[in-house]
Design a protein around this ligand. Structure first.
Ligand code: FAD
Length: 396
């Protein structure tokens, strides 16, 4: 039966669910807070199957046009020599590339403006016995059969419905950046484009991999080299100072590109030069704008609240070490569409919730353990199979 479904949050989790439910014949509208189409400056993502499944199976894209395949896992020593090298294939893409393709697929029926409503910040919602309602900051309202909250790590829906599920700081942040491969020495760029390259050292690690450029090109010569560098900061003064941007504004979840205070930017570059293998230091040093994302744990014990369901980071925000955050968000959407395909809404939600709670919990637990081993216990040795990316388990 066709239902009227509202999706709050038009990022990768919300869009995947919206595409699948629209295809299944439901009347779907996405409400996105941002007043413009989203742009996250191309940051990289490890690209697991659930994230690209819709684009390949339903939108007919060839995965090689939206991602870059690497064939090695390589760990370096401090002096730049190779500590470990094994054959292992990964796909990498960028948030922008996937977002654009999902939005194109969602808009392929021609009424995108009406069904992907920008400038709609959810400020209130309710669930009744047989429906849900939403109110947005611009004064508009919506009523329907099911409201899906895919409003991310800062979810207002989770905040209201699971007030005990507070964000818990993991003790470290990710410093990130991207460099066009053309700005690096060609031999170094070639080396970094065929592998995920790690350097693991005391209470920290950094990983480097190739991604499409901001226009989505995966062609040799156009690619970007992306890095993610996990560094510990004490909660309180040290973290607060890092998150105070160059204009003095205190940030919460991230310091975006261009906003980093000069002294932190300079410190990170100097530390890269002093502490990292020269191949990886060269990438950090050549990056125009460094940015930071804070690593939090969030877990919930419920994902269904009457006719309101939460998915993706709005439910569980797992640490990024399994490269599975977007895949989990997408998988929540796949499972929901499948359940709605064979049950009425209430039965479907009852079937969906326990499996997705288990998925979120497992990922949360595994990535928390990886974070502890890397940032606290220092028990990560080069090539350790526990650190292979995967949504359900390492490698899967
Ligand atoms: C350092 C780091 C590295 C990562 N690496 C990877 C990786 O390699 N692979 C991977 O798959 N994942 C990775 N992730 C995780 C991934 O980014 C998230 O899991 C994913 O973006 C979650 O998607 P989502 O759609 O649930 O939420 P988000 O992408 O956070 O989207 C939420 C959306 O909701 C909107 N919104 C928020 N509040 C409201 C409101 N009140 N009303 C309307 N709209 C609202 C927001 O504007 C946004 O568009 C990484 C994360 C970090 C921090």
């Amino acid at each position: 039966m066709a239902n009227r479904i509202g999706v709050v949050g038009g990022s990768l989790g919300g869009l995947t669910a919206a595409c699948l439910l629209r295809d299944a014949g439901h009347d779907v509208t996405v409400f996105e807070r941002s007043s413009r189409e989203l742009e996250q400056r191309g940051a990289g993502i490890g690209f697991l199957r659930a994230t690209y499944r819709y684009l390949v199976e339903h939108a007919g894209l060839d995965v090689s046009t939206i991602s870059i395949e690497t064939s090695h896992i390589r760990y370096l020593n401090r002096d730049g020599s190779i500590a470990h090298d094994s054959n292992h294939s990964y796909l990498f893409s960028s948030w922008n590339t996937v977002y654009r393709k999902l939005l194109d697929a969602y808009g392929s029926t021609g009424d995108l403006e009406d069904r992907y409503r920008l400038g709609h910040e959810l400020v209130d919602f309710s669930s009744s016995g047989n429906g849900a309602a939403a109110t947005f900051g611009n004064g508009s309202t919506w009523e329907g059969d099911l409201l899906i909250a895919a409003d991310g790590i800062g979810s207002i829906v989770r905040e209201r419905l699971q007030p005990q599920a507070l964000r818990s700081y993991a003790g470290y942040v990710a410093w990130r950046g991207m460099v066009p491969e053309s700005q690096l020495d060609p031999a170094l760029a070639a080396q970094l484009c065929d592998a995920i390259t790690y350097y693991v050292y005391a209470n920290s690690h950094i990983l480097v991999y190739p991604i499409p450029n901001n226009q989505g090109s995966v062609a040799e010569g156009d690619r970007l080299i992306n890095f993610v560098w996990y560094r510990n900061y004490l909660q309180g003064g040290e973290l607060t100072d890092l998150l105070t941007d160059r204009s003095g504004q205190r940030r919460d979840l991230s310091v975006p590109p261009g906003a980093m205070a000069d002294h932190h930017d300079a410190e990170a570059r100097a530390t890269a030069t002093a502490r990292l293998p020269h191949q990886i230091a060269a990438v950090v040093e050549a990056t125009d704008e460094l940015f930071v994302q804070v690593i939090y744990d969030i877990d919930v014990d419920q994902m269904v609240f009457g006719r309101v369901a939460i998915l993706g980071d709005a439910a569980f925000a797992a640490r990024p070490h399994a490269a599975a955050g977007t895949a989990k968000a997408a998988e929540d959407g796949w499972a929901l569409a499948a359940a709605l395909g064979s049950h009425d809404i209430d039965q479907a939600l009852a079937v969906w919730e326990p499996t997705q709670l288990a998925l979120g919990r497992d990922l949360q637990e595994r990535t928390r353990r990886i974070g502890l081993r890397s940032q606290v216990e220092n028990t990560w040795t080069p090539g350790d199979p526990d650190f292979i990316f995967g949504l359900h388990k390492p490698g899967d």
